[in-house]
Write a protein that binds this ligand. Sequence first.
Ligand code: FES
Length: 103
Amino acid sequence: MTNWIKLIAVDDVPEDDVIGVMAEGHNIAVYKYEGEVYATANLCTHGQALLSDGFLEDGEIECPLHQGRFCIKTGKAMCDPLTRDVATYPLQIDDEGTILVAL
Ligand code: FES
């Protein structure tokens, strides 16, 4: 059975931006883009940088350290120097407007 964990209120995720949230020891980047919410692992797959410190544009998060970009919907690594995709997490929103994540 999927274990859904409360993450953050939808309203607390900034529009067209990203925020880092800890959930059961996982550091998760939560995005709101064009009215939808998405989640990926927060740590870049290339180095010690947090994607929540990066820049969200056109559905891609740009890492603040070497400007690698990931698709926030699929986690796909879109350019050099990235060689590995980033994990994505399924989300759902409960009746109270809280985002739940499946880890
Ligand atoms: Fe993210 Fe290098 S640490 S691109």
